[in-house]
Design a protein. Structure first.
Lengths: 483, 291
C-alpha cells in the first residue's frame, strides 16, 4: 500500500501582483529608466517587472532620507517613532498570509518557513524595537544616545523580509532613516513593505526602497551621503564595503554568513540531532542564516548517525514551495544553483564521497537535492567555502578538543551547534566555539531579543536585542570607536 | 635626580630587546636603532623589529590566547593587579625614564607614572565586571534559556600612542588584555624604552608568556604586517598617524579585523569602557527548556 501526500497549497490568489513596480522614494512609488524581471525560482515564471535603481535614483533616495531625518524623524519624540513601528508590526501581522505567499513565490522558500517563521519573526522584530524607541537612554549606551543619521542597507536573498526587519526596525527605533536595497532576486517583499509604510502613514522619506542588482547595491553602499552602512551578503563584497568605509568614516555592520559546525557527541539524542541537522541545512534548501553545513560527529556514533540522517533525508518533501508539506523548496536563483553545483562537483573531484537523497527534480525551476559529503578533508573547498545550499559535509572526531579545533578551523564564525546531554561538556564546548551564536540541543532559532551576528570574517556588529541597538546609535562624548 | 647620572659612577646599562612569548630577544634581523632623549642625547639602542618579528609575536599571542581567555575573570584580575604592585615598586625608575624620554620635570614624570598605575588598576577592576555589564539574558519567545556573553576578539595588534609614552601605553594595552585578548604592541617610536621596561614588569608579575608581546621599531614598517596578518582579529590604531591609519584600516578589512580608531584621545581623562568594549565579541547561546 502506498500513501501519497495530498496537495495542500497556500492560495496563490492571496497575492495581487502588479505588472511592474517603481522605486519607493520619499513616500511614493515612481518608475525609473530601466527595468528587470523578477521570477519565481520554482517555475521560472515572470512575476513582475521591477525598476533598476540608477545613480540618480540612489541620489534621490538618499536626499529624501536625509530630509526626513533632519526635518521629522530625528527630532520626533521616541514614543511617537515607536507608535509608527507598532503600527508596522501590526500591519505585517495582518498581511502575513499574503506576504508569506509573496515571499515564497519570489524566493523559492517553502511556505512553512515563510508563513510559520519568517513573517511572525519580522512582525515581532518591529514590535520589539517599537518598545525601545522611547527607552534608548536606559539601553546602556549613555543617557542621551543619538541616531547616526541616514543608513544605507543592502540585504540578501535568503530571508528577504526577515532581514529587512532586522535592518529597518532598529534603525528606525533609534531615529535613523534608511535607504534599503533588497536582493536582485527577491525584491517583491520589500516593495510590499513599502506599501505597509504608506498604510502606516510613516513620514515620507523615513524608509526608501531602491531595487536593482549588485551595481545598485554598490551605489547604495558607497554613497557619500550616508552615515551608516549595513550589509548582508558575501564575504568578498563585505570586505570591499569595509575598505570603502575605512576611508569614509561611515559606521558599518556586516553579516556575511559562514560555514557553521554542528557537533554531535556520542551521548547525544540522535533523533533530536538528526532533526536539528535537517533544520540546520536541508530545510529551506540551506537558505538560512547560519546554516549548519559542517557536521562533526563523535566516532562511536558516526555510522549510526549517517544512516539515520540518510533515512530521514529520503522522507523530506522536495517540490512546490507553496505546498505546506514541502520541506525543500527551490534554490533562489540560477546563479546560486550553478554555484552549489560547481562546489559539489569540486567536492567529488577532490575525493569526497557524495550521496544525494533520491528525488525526482521538477523540470522547470532551480533545484538541488539534499546532499551529504563524507570523507571530507579540512582543506577541501566543499568544507571551507560558504555554499548556502542543501549540502552537508560530515567528518568524525574523537575528543571534544578535536571537535573544537575542527569547528574553529575556518575563517568564519557566525554560528555553531552542539548536541550532547552532558551539561559540563555542553558548557565547555559552548565556551570554546568561536561563533556569534551557539545553538545547543537546538538549531536555527531566532528571536528579536537575541543578538545575532558573527565573529571573524562572518562580519561585525549584532542584529537584535539590546546589543543590536548599538549599531544605530551615536554616543556623543564617549569617543565612539569606529567598529 | 637621575638614576644613571650619579657622579663618578659608571652605570650598568640595560640592553633593550623585543619581548615575544615571554622572552626578551633581539630582532631576528639583528637590527637596532638609536633612541634619543628629549634633549637629543643618546639613551640606548632598541631592537628594530622586522615583519618576521611581528609574525613571531602574533604566533606567541595566538598560543597564549586559549589559556588567557579561558582563565577566570577573577584570575586575570589577580594577575593584572600584581602588575600594578610591581609597577608601584619601580615608580622612580619609570619616572626617570619618562623624564628622559619626554623632557618633562621629574615631578610631572612621576605624576604620569602614578596616573598610569592608576589606569592599570582601573582596568584591572573591570575583569569581572565586563560580562555582567555587556552580557545578559534574552527573553526569547519560546522555551529556551538564552544568554548573550561578551568574549575577547582574539589577538589584538596595538599601536601604542606616540605622544603619551607611559600613560598612553598602559591605556591601550590594559583594555585589550583585561577581557582575555592577547596583544602585540608596537611601542611609541620616540619613547620605546618605556614599553620594554613595562614588559619587564609584566614578566616579573608573571603575566603568562605571549599575553603581551612588545615590538620596538618603526610603526610604518611593522604595522602593515600586523594589519595584513590573517591571524590578527583586531587592531588599535592609536599610534598611527592619520594617513597611515587610513592605509592600515583598509588593509585590516582584508580579514575584517575589528578596527579601533578613537577620536580626540586625552589620555589623562578617565577613559570610559568603549576601548575595552571595542575588542569584544558577543556570543549568544540557546538551550531548550524541557522536562
Amino acid at each position: 500500500m502506498r500513501f501519497e501526500y495530498a496537495q495542500d497549497s497556500e492560495a496563490r490568489s492571496l497575492v495581487a501582483l502588479r505588472d511592474s513596480y517603481g522605486l519607493f522614494i520619499g513616500g511614493s512609488f515612481a518608475g525609473g529608466s530601466s527595468v528587470f524581471k523578477t521570477i519565481s525560482p520554482a517555475s521560472e515564471e515572470v512575476l513582475a517587472e521591477v525598476t533598476h535603481g540608477t545613480t540618480e535614483d540612489v541620489d534621490r533616495a538618499v536626499a529624501a532620507a536625509r530630509q526626513a531625518y533632519e526635518r521629522v524623524w530625528s527630532t520626533m519624540p521616541g514614543a511617537e517613532r515607536g507608535r509608527y513601528l507598532f503600527r508596522i508590526a501590526r500591519l505585517l501581522k495582518e498581511r502575513a498570509p499574503e506576504l508569506s505567499v509573496l515571499e515564497t513565490l519570489d524566493s523559492g522558500k517553502p511556505i512553512r518557513q515563510t508563513r510559520d517563521v519568517d513573517l511572525p519573526l519580522a512582525a515581532a522584530h518591529f514590535f520589539y524595537h517599537a518598545g525601545w524607541a522611547d527607552k534608548l537612554g536606559y539601553a546602556g549606551f549613555g543617557a542621551t544616545p543619538r541616531p547616526l543619521g541616514v543608513a544605507g542597507q543592502v540585504i540578501g536573498w535568503s530571508s528577504p523580509l526577515l532581514m529587512l526587519a532586522w535592518k529597518i526596525a532598529p534603525a528606525l527605533a533609534c531615529g535613523n532613516t534608511v535607504v534599503l536595497k533588497p536582493a536582485e532576486t527577491t525584491p517583491l517583499s520589500a516593495l510590499a513593505f513599502a506599501e505597509i509604510c504608506q498604510q502606516a502613514d510613516l513620514p515620507p522619506g523615513v524608509v526608501n526602497v531602491v531595487t536593482g542588482d549588485g551595481t545598485t547595491g554598490q551605489l547604495v553602499a558607497a554613497h557619500p551621503g550616508l552615515d551608516k552602512v549595513a550589509f548582508t551578503g558575501s564575504a568578498e563584497v563585505g570586505k570591499e564595503i569595509a575598505r570603502a568605509c575605512a576611508l569614509s568614516g561611515k559606521r558599518l555592520t556586516l553579516e556575511l554568513g559562514g560555514t557553521a559546525a554542528n557537533i554531535v557527541c556520542a551521548d547525544a539524542n540522535i533523533e533530536a540531532a538528526v532533526e536539528g541537522i535537517i533544520t540546520g541545512v536541508f530545510a529551506s534548501q540551506g537558505h538560512v542564516c547560519g546554516a549548519g553545513s559542517r557536521l562533526l560527529v563523535q566516532e562511536p556514533i558516526l555510522d549510526d548517525l549517517i544512516a539515520a540522517l540518510k533515512r530521514r533525508m529520503t522522507t523530506l518533501r522536495l517540490g512546490d514551495p507553496l505546498d505546506s508539506d514541502t520541506d525543500v523548496g527551490a534554490v533562489n536563483s540560477r546563479a546560486q544553483l550553478d554555484k552549489i553545483a560547481e562546489l559539489a562537483a569540486s567536492g567529488e573531484a577532490e575525493g569526497a564521497t557524495r550521496w544525494s537523497a533520491p528525488f525526482a527534480l521538477p523540470d522547470r525551476g532551480f533545484w538541488f537535492p539534499p546532499t551529504v559529503f563524507t570523507d571530507v578533508s579540512d582543506t577541501y573547498r566543499i568544507g571551507t567555502e560558504e555554499l548556502a545550499g542543501p549540502v552537508l559535509t560530515v567528518a568524525a572526531f574523537h575528543t571534544p578538543e578535536q571537535a573544537v579545533e575542527r569547528a574553529n578551523s575556518t575563517r568564519y564564525g557566525l554560528s555553531a551547534g552542539i548536541w550532547t546531554q552532558q551539561g559540563p561538556l555542553l558548557g565547555w564546548l559552548a565556551s570554546r566555539l568561536r561563533a556569534g551564536v551557539v545553538w545547543a540541543n537546538t538549531f536555527n532559532r531566532f528571536d528579536p531579543a537575541a543578538p545575532f551576528g558573527g565573529y571573524r570574517e562572518s562580519g561585525f556588529g549584532r542584529e537584535g536585542g539590546r546589543h543590536g541597538l548599538e549599531a544605530y546609535l551615536d554616543m556623543p562624548g564617549t569617543g565612539t570607536p569606529d567598529v | 635626580m637621575s638614576i644613571s647620572a650619579e657622579a663618578g659612577r659608571i652605570a650598568v646599562r640595560l640592553t633593550y630587546r623585543l619581548y615575544i612569548g615571554g622572552a626578551f630577544t633581539r630582532s631576528e634581523s639583528g637590527r637596532t636603532f638609536e633612541v634619543r632623549g628629549a634633549d637629543g642625547g643618546f639613551l640606548a639602542s632598541a631592537a628594530l623589529a622586522s615583519g618576521k618579528d611581528a609574525r613571531a609575536a602574533v604566533v606567541a599571542a595566538r598560543a597564549a590566547f586559549p589559556g588567557w581567555s579561558g582563565a577566570t575573570a577573577y584570575h586575570r584580575g589577580q594577575v593584572l593587579y600584581r602588575v600594578a604592585e610591581v609597577l608601584e615598586g619601580r615608580r622612580a625608575q619609570f619616572a626617570d625614564a619618562v623624564r628622559r624620554a619626554t623632557g618633562v620635570s621629574f615631578g610631572s614624570a612621576s605624576a604620569e607614572v602614578d596616573a598610569a598605575a592608576g589606569r592599570w588598576v582601573w582596568y584591572t577592576g573591570w575583569s569581572d565586571k565586563i560580562t555582567q555589564v555587556r552580557g545578559g539574558a534574552n527573553p526569547v519567545a519560546g522555551p529556551f534559556v538564552n544568554v548573550s556573553l561578551p568574549e575577547p576578539a582574539g589577538v589584538v595588534a596595538v599601536l601604542a600612542p606616540q605622544n603619551s609614552a607611559m600613560l598612553g601605553l598602559v591605556s591601550v594595552i590594559a583594555p585589550a588584555i583585561v577581557s582575555g585578548n592577547t596583544v602585540v604592541v608596537v611601542a611609541s617610536e620616540r619613547a620605546p624604552l618605556l614599553a620594554v621596561a613595562l614588559a619587564d614588569v609584566l614578566a616579573a608579575a608573571e603575566v603568562p608568556p605571549g599575553v603581551v608581546n612588545v615590538l620596538t621599531g618603526e610603526v610604518a614598517e611593522v604595522a602593515p604586517w600586523l594589519a595584513a596578518h590573517q591571524d590578527v582579529n583586531a587592531i588599535d590604531l592609536a599610534g598611527a598617524p592619520g594617513a597611515l591609519a587610513d592605509d592600515l584600516a583598509v588593509t585590516a578589512a582584508g580579514n575584517l579585523k575589528r578596527v579601533v580608531r578613537m577620536h580626540d584621545a586625552d589620555w589623562t581623562a578617565e577613559p570610559g569602557p568603549e576601548r575595552m568594549f571595542a575588542t569584544l565579541e558577543t556570543k549568544t547561546v540557546w538551550h531548550p527548556l524541557a522536562t
